[in-house]
Design a protein around this ligand. Structure first.
Ligand code: G3H
Ligand code: 13P
Ligand code: ZN
Length: 313
């Protein structure tokens, strides 16, 4: 099985009441940690690259790392390669032309009609090339690349607009804003977050059978924040999305759940813990190994506790 699109994954996930994890990749050890967990649990997985990842690692390296993951797992699990938050037609086209099997066009900060126009343009091009498209309606708060959307400017997705949007654009899945947000510092300490499953339900009524995507779905596990802070770090208290609420969303129409910040915390926690215990070490293979182990542990936990995608490969 070479890289696959998400079409089949989403169909099975929707009908089976689970979701596929879409994990951001920036280097080899992150790819390995994610894929080893998915392979062990026999779970499909989406590896996604943001503009920042492409700038950091270069598109060619990312592409070949993801292809290496397919080879290293003996083609035993479905792996899709996805562009995260494509800003315009050009970047989506370049990814379609370079082997991605799925792209996101993020027109969510544009006026409704403009979002429709650019999403439709991407969908037409991608579909001609056998690639699937995710678009977004509604705005999440938080930080993604250079865009920082303040909470007061975030907007829940309007259920009355989703049918028109999907029909006019022809996209394959829709990212919605129901209270999740990007980054590790999602809510003030002491806040009890509630994602708006009621809005999700309204959207599902309007778009039965249509795959929904949740961005900003890190739960910011205290374990890794504590490890970082116990080993020389100085992270503020952070509150993420409760895993039981994400699990609920996955049981409904949410077929793709995006996680990046938690992996960053895990990698950093492992590296800090290692260097604190072994201040004389300077071989990256020693300390990154521990970071990679936490990435794997986190993805393992997500598959079991949030996604429900074990043994669905
Ligand atoms: O949604 C944003 C992702 O977490 C990617 O973050 O743009 O810093 O790579 P990045
Ligand atoms: P987190 O920052 O919550 O991990 O969200 C990642 C994301 O939505 C990537 O597109
Ligand atoms: Zn996102």
């Amino acid at each position: 099985m070479p890289l696959v699109t998400t079409t089949e994954m989403f169909k099975k996930a929707y009908n089976g009441g689970y979701a596929i994890g879409a994990f951001n990749v920036n280097n080899m050890e992150i790819v390995q940690g994610i894929v080893e967990a998915a392979w062990e649990l026999h779970s499909p997985v989406i590896l996604q690259a943001s503009a920042g990842a492409r700038k950091y690692a270069q598109p060619a390296y990312l592409k070949h790392l993801v292809e290496a993951a397919v080879e290293a797992t003996n083609n035993e699990i479905p792996i899709a390669m996805h562009l995260d938050h494509g800003a315009d037609f050009e970047i989506c086209k370049s990814c379609v032309d370079n082997g991605f099997t799925s792209v996101m066009i993020d027109g969510s900060s544009r006026p409704f009609e403009e979002n429709i126009a650019v999403s439709k343009q991407v969908a037409e091009y991608a579909h001609e090339h056998g690639v699937v498209v995710e678009a977004e309606l509604g705005t999440l708060s938080g930080v993604e690349d250079d865009v920082n959307v303040a909470a007061e400017n975030a907007q829940y997705t309007d259920p009355d607009k989703v049918v028109e949007f999907v029909e006019k654009t022809g996209v394959d899945s829709l990212a919605i804003a129901i209270g999740t947000s990007h980054g590790a510092y999602k809510f003030k300490p002491g806040t009890v977050p509630h994602i708006r499953l009621d809005i999700l339900d309204e959207i599902v009524k309007k778009l039965p059978g249509f795959p929904i995507v949740l961005h900003g779905s890190s739960s910011v596990p205290k374990k890794y924040v504590d490890i970082i802070n116990a080993n020389g770090g100085a992270l503020r208290d952070a509150v993420g999305i409760p895993e039981d609420q994400l699990r609920e969303a996955a049981k409904r129409a949410v077929c793709k759940i995006n996680i990046d910040s938690d992996l960053r915390l895990g990698l950093t926690a492992g590296i800090r813990e290692h260097l604190q215990a072994h201040p004389d070490h300077f071989d990256p293979r020693q300390y990154i190994t521990d970071g990679r182990a936490y990435v794997k542990e986190i993805v393992h936990d997500k598959i079991i506790n949030v996604l429900g995608s074990e043994n669905k490969a």
